[in-house]
Ligand binder design. Structure first.
Ligand SMILES: *Cc1c(COP(=O)(O)O)cnc(C)c1O
Length: 586
């Protein structure tokens, strides 16, 4: 479909005018390499409407001063704006009072705050913290750190294959030793909507408190901390159409009153002398130093904005998108959807099994078509382990997404699978007996580098260079399965990488190697490394500055950080082998 001539987006049987709503988000009308941006990563961060951008910029232009300090009107006004935002948060969560809402940097900081203050003051050896198998690392690691410090123990609430929490197992885990249950309201990796009301009721019956990680819920449905009876509730502004760097910890007043401060500094005190300090009352006690004032103002504006759209319309539209996405993705042969929970928020997670395409490759190929999705473990490695996958590709929707964007995604996936099938058909598997180590492609790594750089110069832009690298990878012979083992495995790459390097049998001053990966782009990088290094003198390999060379090729700016680290790890492995040879010769 021609994007310019696209008809008005189809809408659900609701009154949501998606075209008008999209027009409020400046970034959604931008283009990527001449294609419209298709943003399907709202679970990582939502985009911001003009109302939020304007509120933040108006604040900076006309209202900025430090708060709670000045007795001049500008500072008093800024203080009012900050506290006004807190009141908006309290209304939004249905908290009993604004003082129960502490501004933090993010969900992550909110959880760390609870672990560091309530946790350290209240937990000891033998106490148990229950966490679901669905948790984000930010609702796991702070509790592990706390457990190390206090001797408390973490126990995991299992999930079933569909991605639902096993409530019977949860009931069995609850005991008088349980002090805290940590659970997300929505899983960021699978979209599971958890029955938090029931989870909280059961925990309270055993005298345990509950921290709800609401990061993935607040933008999709109404939140009522009092109806839930949540003890702690955390969320981030940047997943609620607001700015980054601002988040909220809600906690019941009775808990906040007893909690020691988190950080020390200005603003959180009532009186300080060198002998003793009296701390301020909540929420200020937990907001040491100058807070993110403009972030709070932006969050307040985001709340006003989302309430003006209305959760009924948001939810109807998003559920309609989710149904359509599920139908389209399910219909793609070889694609395995992950997560079939009874109730799901707008997240679709999958693995491309046939043809096998690593999630990172798929993400890169989609990016080249202007489609933003998330790939990897989604900060949920324990969950990935439970699902038996290293990574998935995740598309997540916001209220601004359209059915057409989901079709663009599905069509692109079909196209990428076809291309991969064609490429994979071109490389025949090698027999172990036919192992053929590539000889040197030039006199030295530096000379090989000059040749590669010449080739790259003829390719006008990154998409063609990327295609060139993928093509090199497509011609790389596979490493026999028996050579893919712990000894050849390279740590530090997000995809699987194996390098079998050795001194050349008839010229041990030289190093040769074979390598393989499950990711096509990595296979392409391996082919480049072979051109640079294989068959070269160990000394020359050590003398060559690979990092500078890859920067010169422009890979620095285009490879993701994970890829760059992976490339670095491969180079390090080859340099180690070369160094060993040099040492053996000396
Ligand atoms: C994003 C997310 C977090 C972490 O949020 P930050 O803003 O990065 O602190 C925690 N839990 C869930 C479920 C999330 O989706």
């Amino acid at each position: 479909m021609n994007a310019q001539a696209a008809p008005a987006p189809r809408t659900a049987e609701t009154t949501l005018d998606v075209a008008a709503l999209r027009a409020q988000f400046p970034i959604l009308s931008t283009q990527v390499d001449g294609r419209p941006l298709v943003y399907l990563d709202s679970a990582a961060s939502t985009q911001q409407p003009q109302a939020v951008i304007a509120a933040v910029s108006d604040y900076h232009r006309a209202a900025h001063a430090n708060i709670h300090r000045g007795n001049y009107r500008l500072s008093q006004h800024a203080t009012r704006l900050y506290e006004h935002a807190r009141a908006a948060v309290a209304r939004f969560l249905n908290a009993a009072e604004p003082a129960e809402c502490v501004f933090t940097r993010s969900t992550t900081e909110a959880i760390n705050l609870v672990a560091a203050t309530w946790g350290r003051a209240n937990l000891g050896p033998g106490d148990e913290i229950l966490l679901s198998n669905l948790e984000h690392h930010s609702n796991i690691v702070p509790w592990q750190m706390l457990a190390e410090q206090t001797g408390a123990r973490i126990r995991v609430i299992p999930i079933d294959d569909a991605g639902d929490i096993d409530l019977d197992a949860y009931r069995r885990l609850l005991s008088p030793r349980t002090r805290l249950v940590g659970v997300n309201q929505v899983s960021n990796a699978l979209g599971t909507v958890n029955p938090v009301r029931e989870i909280i009721e059961l925990a309270h019956a055993h005298g345990a408190l509950v921290l709800v990680d609401g990061a993935q819920w607040v933008a999709h449905g109404r939140t009522d901390v009092r109806a839930l009876d949540a003890d702690f509730y955390a969320f981030s502004g940047h997943k609620l159409y607001g700015p980054t760097g601002i988040g909220v910890l809600y906690a019941k007043r009775a808990l906040l009153e007893t909690m020691p401060p988190y950080q020390g500094g200005g603003d959180m005190i009532e009186q300080v002398s060198f002998e003793a300090t009296r701390y301020a009352a909540p929420p200020t006690r937990f907001e040491a130093g100058t807070p993110n004032i403009s972030g709070a103002v932006g969050l307040g504006a985001a709340i006003d904005w989302i309430e003006s759209v209305g959760f009924e319309r948001i939810s109807a539209h998003e559920q309609w998108l989710l149904r359509h996405a599920t139908e389209r993705l399910e219909a793609i042969p070889g694609l395995a959807l992950k997560g079939r929970a009874r109730r799901r928020s707008c997240v679709a997670s999958w693995v491309m099994e046939a043809p096998a395409i690593s999630s990172l490759d798929l993400g890169t190929a989609l990016d080249l078509r202007g489609i933003c999705v998330r790939t990897g473990h989604h900060c949920c490695q324990p969950l990935m382990d439970r699902l038996g996958v290293a990574a998935t590709v995740r598309a997540s929707f916001g209220v601004y997404n359209t059915l057409e964007e989901i079709d663009t995604l599905a069509d692109a996936l079909i196209e990428i699978a076809d291309e991969t099938r064609a490429r994979q058909a071109r490389v025949a598997p090698v027999a172990e007996t036919a192992l053929d180590y590539p000889g040197p492609s030039a006199d030295s790594p530096a000379a090989a580098a000059a040749q590669i750089a010449d080739d790259f110069e003829l390719l006008p832009d990154w998409p063609t260079r990327h295609e060139y690298i993928i093509d090199l990878g497509g011609r790389l012979p596979h490493l026999p399965a028996s050579m893919q083992n712990a000894a050849t495995h390279v740590q530090g790459c997000q995809s699987q990488v194996y390098i079998a390097a050795r001194a050349m049998p008839d010229d041990p001053e030289r190093v040769e190697f074979l390598a393989d990966s499950d990711a096509e782009l990595v296979r392409g990088l391996i082919a480049l490394l072979q051109q640079l290094y294989s068959g070269q003198r160990a000394r020359d390999i050590l003398d060559f500055d690979a990092r500078a060379f890859f920067a010169r090729l422009g890979l620095d700016g285009h490879l993701s950080m994970n890829r760059r680290n992976g490339l670095e790890a491969m180079v390090q492995r080859l340099r180690q082998v070369a160094a060993r040879q040099v040492a053996a010769d000396a």
